[in-house]
Design a binder for this molecule. Structure first.
Ligand code: MOS
Length: 718
């Protein structure tokens, strides 16, 4: 198993992240943010700021950097400073450029802003009355007419047991270790932009559109990304503004968000409200499922957190199913893709509800889930390409000691101890990707794609699959990514990168071997006219062999380059695809203080072939920690005036080491070659999915108290 290739660079501080780039003559940008949540900027007096020491430029909606609105596979991307509208507290409304960061920051504080404020809508509770139908999320109702039902209500009326409850989840913030930043450098009409992202070619296209230049004039570079999780999928405000300001001033510009600015200038996860009703027979077989969801969104309605569609539409076999999704537009910072968007909060509701049904029926929660196992998503003909969820439960139950669980929990001194379980699912997806392979005369090979490694380990995975595809040892492979000049890789998002890039590497590998054998048998080549075969870096014919590097040298070539492209295709008409997992949590709730401590956790996952155990385990561990955080810690609090009351790391609660015991992760390793030729299903996001419900279910087992919202706090357990 290969250790993370960029690990030594990262832990020794040598990895160069976007904002680590410095250029002669570089100047610094600092954002001015709105201090109202709704209304218009009426005036901006920049006199004092402009005459402050070292200031080179102050840009506002009154004196702006022109930017067009780009649109990509992730939807339209908002561009800053183009009008005077204010939609949330902490929205970018200005940019100050100065000789140093400190001077830019100080001058930004001197900008006097006058507003025409309007009443801000910031309460989810109050906004529910004006909820709107979510765009692109159809209400769906499947009714089993053969059973004599005419409506979903009928199906519930015909269900011997019904549990029907409402759950809610908090707004969470993307606060990746590396804040969003950009360093822009123009040379001869071409822009190089060092900025963290999840797909450099997508960012290059966005920035080119925004600036009105050709895509080929924009070069985006991101060899290392310090966490992304969906929050760096879209082009960031610093990227747009640094690029435009650098062009306007003719100087390299660095713009880095402060930690506090990250909380409003970027985007986070929506708060949700979810009503889940389950109808079942006395043996626990589901007769009907209804999942109605509401989520917050910004006033531009830029993102929907699709909880009902992310879970109930896929997870359990049920003959009757209704799902709906509504949005509640508010004057809050934008929401976006954030680690398992839809599934993470959606599973809290669905998997809590399943636990409630198990309690109601007196059936073991694992047994109940097994009785409702689906071989295909409900209402669809397409069977899962592979599903080993029951085996995940069996392995997990054994390893976790589930048999020792009492339905009433147990006590250990002053602690009430409980165990909970939940399913985790995340769709297995892939996107189009192209990979280039360059075989070099020194016997090495470069495997390259523009995609990003946001800490997932994609670079290392590329090396492993590259070595395998070229039948070479890994030390002869040089993987390259994070550069829009490289062949367009997929997006490092949606847990797709290994499946997307891996299949393209395999195709490029085949092309490389074809090219080598053709060259080796071509005119003037060492095996001219012979039938040539390839294995472990050598070409064979007529009982002789020759290293490919030597063949290239004999032909007078330094290298040979090929590429491979892959995209999802016919398989989509044949199967449904998902990764699966069973997650187990033990909690201890203190009898007197009512604090909840997670004492053990285990996830057993079916994510197809695991390319690298160490990296995969690390992804799942991180996800599970995040899930504990969602269950017990994280909540973005918005004041009535739209200001975040905990928009920094001093007050936004996150778990620390003392909150997290060992995170036990196991895989069942069945390659899924119906999904893609590599056999890997996605695993970036699934780790977080079932955790919040598993924690809440464990809390119920320990205390008998059902908490239907996260985070669960001491007050909930008094
Ligand atoms: Mo994904 S939402 O890009 O972690």
């Amino acid at each position: 198993m290969t250790a993370r290739l960029d690990g030594p660079l990262k832990v020794t501080g040598q990895a160069k992240y976007g904002a680590d780039n410095n250029f002669p003559g570089m100047v610094y940008g600092y954002l001015v943010l709105s201090t109202i949540a709704c209304g218009e900027v009426e005036s901006m007096d920049v006199t004092a700021a402009k005459s402050a020491p070292g200031v080179l430029g102050v840009y506002t909606p009154f004196d702006k950097l022109e930017l067009a609105t780009p649109s990509s596979m992730l939807g339209e991307t908002w561009v800053p400073l183009q009008n005077r509208d204010v939609a949330y507290y902490g929205q970018p409304i200005g940019l100050v450029i100065a000789e140093t960061f400190e001077r830019a920051r100080d001058a930004a504080a001197l900008v006097e802003v006058g507003y025409q404020a309007k009443p801000a809508k910031t309460s989810f509770e109050e906004g529910l009355a004006d909820a709107e139908v979510a765009p692109d999320r159809e209400d769906l109702e499947i009714v089993d007419a053969d059973a004599g039902f005419e409506s979903i209500a009928d199906a519930f009326a015909g269900s011997p047991v019904v549990v029907d409850n409402t759950y809610s989840t908090a707004t969470q913030n993307h606060a990746a270790m590396e804040p969003h930043s950009a360093v822009a450098l123009w040379e001869g009409g071409e822009l190089t932009l060092h900025t963290p992202n999840q797909g450099s070619h997508l960012i290059a296209a966005d920035v080119a559109t925004a600036l009105g230049v050709e895509a080929a004039q924009v070069h985006v570079v991101n060899p290392h990304v310090g966490g992304a999780f969906g929050g760096k999928g879209k082009t960031s405000t610093p990227a747009f503004l640094a690029a435009a300001a650098s062009r306007a001033l003719g100087r390299p510009v660095k713009a880095v968000l402060t930690r506090e600015q990250v909380f409003t200038v970027t985007a986070g996860r929506a708060a949700t409200r979810q009503k889940v009703a389950l109808g079942a027979d006395r043996e626990g077989r589901l007769i009907a499922v209804q999942h109605d969801s509401w989520c917050t969104t910004d006033s531009a309605r830029s993102f929907v957190e699709p909880t009902s569609h992310g879970t109930s539409l896929e997870w359990y076999a049920t003959p009757n199913l209704a799902v709906s999704q509504r949005i509640v537009p508010l004057n809050v910072p934008p929401t976006t893709f954030m680690r398992a968007p839809g599934e993470a909060p959606g599973s809290f509701a669905l998997e809590s509800a399943i636990d409630e049904l198990a309690v109601e029926l007196g059936i073991d929660p694992i047994e109940l889930r097994k009785r409702n196992n689906s071989t295909a998503p409900p209402g669809k003909d397409l069977q899962w390409s592979s599903k080993h969820l029951d085996e995940c439960f069996d392995i997990g139950a054994q390893r976790f000691g589930w048999a020792n669980r009492s339905p009433q929990g147990r006590t250990e001194g002053d602690w009430q101890v409980g165990m909970g379980v939940a399913v985790a699912m995340f769709p297995a997806l892939r996107f189009p990707a192209t990979v280039g392979i360059e075989l070099r005369a020194d016997g090495t090979a470069v495997v390259s794609t523009s995609g990003a490694d946001p800490g997932t380990g994609l670079l290392t995975v590329m090396s492993t699959i590259g070595a395998e595809s070229l039948d070479l040892p890994e030390d002869r492979i040089t993987p390259q990514l994070g550069d829009s000049a490289l062949p367009p890789g997929g997006l490092s998002g949606g847990s797709t990168a290994t499946a997307s890039v891996g299949t393209a590497i395999q195709l490029a590998g085949t092309a490389a071997v074809d090219e080598l054998t053709a060259l080796a048998s071509g005119p003037g080549a060492p095996f001219e006219g012979e039938e040539v075969t390839y294995a472990h870096g050598e070409l064979f014919a007529g009982g002789r062999s020759m290293a490919f590097g030597d063949v290239l040298r004999e032909l007078g070539r330094d290298s040979v380059s090929v590429s491979g492209s892959s995209a999802p295709g016919e398989e989509l008409t044949k199967h449904s695809f998902s990764s699966f997992g069973a997650q187990f949590v033990e909690v201890k709730v203190h009898r007197w203080t009512r604090e909840t401590r997670v004492s053990r956790m285990l996830g057993v996952f079916d994510c197809g072939r695991i390319i690298n155990d160490k990296l995969a385990t690390s992804q799942l561990q991180g996800g599970m920690v995040w899930g504990v955080s969602a269950a017990l810690h994280e909540a973005m609090e918005v004041e009535g005036d739209g200001r975040l009351s905990n928009g920094d790391f001093a007050s936004y609660l996150l778990p620390v080491n003392a909150d997290i015991p060992e995170v036990d992760v196991e895989f069942v390793k069945y390659p899924d070659t119906l999904h893609n030729s590599v056999g890997a299903k996605g695993l970036g996001e699934i780790g977080t999915v079932g955790m919040a419900a598993a924690v809440a279910n464990a809390v119920h087992n320990a205390t008998g108290i059902r908490v239907r919202h996260i985070p669960i706090t001491i007050e909930d357990l008094l």
